[in-house]
Design a binder for this molecule. Structure first.
Ligand code: ADP
Ligand code: MG
Length: 238
């Protein structure tokens, strides 16, 4: 049995003036899976996530749970269960860990209890409990990444758009971040994972999409992509 997709994208196009960053890409994300979106710098990965979250204007059809959401703004999409953890973490440095978390849940007060959600995050991310009253700007890169992910999860999403979570982190911390992604996926969270570290992403993903110059160069089962010598040579040399 094939479940109907959680997210179904058809002919997605993003342009910035004369730059066509995403050129009519189509793909779908099944409920409960990790879909890895890989590709070189400038391939259009961030633009794709940004368009899906509603932060960057785009054309094409985006269906979520079978409903066309292309006309909805970022806040509405977030309310429906789509969350973005942006590239570069973007925590509020002068606010505490506690305050950063509450801000993440602020737009969703009616849907669930922010205090209860915050407790849930502290048990998922024990390091944030230790750092609870510290300013986010004083955290290490890895801790800031954990906080950025936890903050996006405060809206209780079903789909997490995760942009370059391992960027700039020490290898040991990268391991922790990947373990966490697997753990979150194990709780039922569907994840669209953008990564420079293509091999690591393919190891934990179910399916994968390779973007090149804004177009889909390849797609398939992550294990197949990982096993192909041609693909390894062309895309996974990093
Ligand atoms: N705000 C912007 N204005 C103009 N061009 C942009 C902007 N953001 C990205 N681009 C361009 O769009 C293309 C895709 O960028 P991006 O989506 O950030 O790729 P990736 O995340 O794969 O590195 C690149 O050529 C980049 O220079
Ligand atoms: Mg990017």
């Amino acid at each position: 049995m094939t479940a109907s997709p959680l997210l179904d994208v058809a002919g997605l196009n993003v342009r910035y003036g004369y730059v066509e960053a995403v050129r009519g890409i189509s793909f779908s994300v099944a409920p409960g899976e990790i879909l890895a979106l890989i590709g070189a710098n400038g391939a259009g990965k961030t633009s794709t996530l940004s368009a899906l979250s509603g932060l960057t204007p785009a054309t094409g059809r985006i269906a979520y749970r079978g409903t066309d959401i292309s006309g909805l703004g970022a806040e509405k999409r977030s309310g429906l269960g789509i969350a973005l953890t942006p590239e570069g973490r973007r925590v509020f440095p002068s606010l505490t860990v506690a305050e950063n978390l509450l801000l993440g849940g602020a737009a969703h007060k009616g849907k669930h209890d922010p205090a209860a959600k915050r407790e849930e995050m502290l048990s998922l991310f024990p390091i944030l409990k230790e750092r609870y009253h510290q300013r986010a700007g004083l955290l290490s890169g890895g801790e800031q990444q954990m906080l950025a992910i936890a903050r996006s999860l405060m809206s209780a999403p079903d789909l997490l758009l995760l942009d370059e979570p391992s960027l700039g982190l020490a290898p040991q911390i990268v391991d922790q971040v990947f373990e966490l992604i697997v753990k979150l996926n194990g709780t039922g969270l569907t994840i669209l994972l953008v990564e420079q570290n293509a091999s690591r992403a393919l190891e934990i993903a179910h399916h994968a999409l390779v973007l090149a110059n804004g177009a889909v160069a390849l797609s398939g089962k992550a294990s197949d992509l990982l096993a192909s010598p041609d693909i390894r040579a062309a895309y996974l040399s990093a």
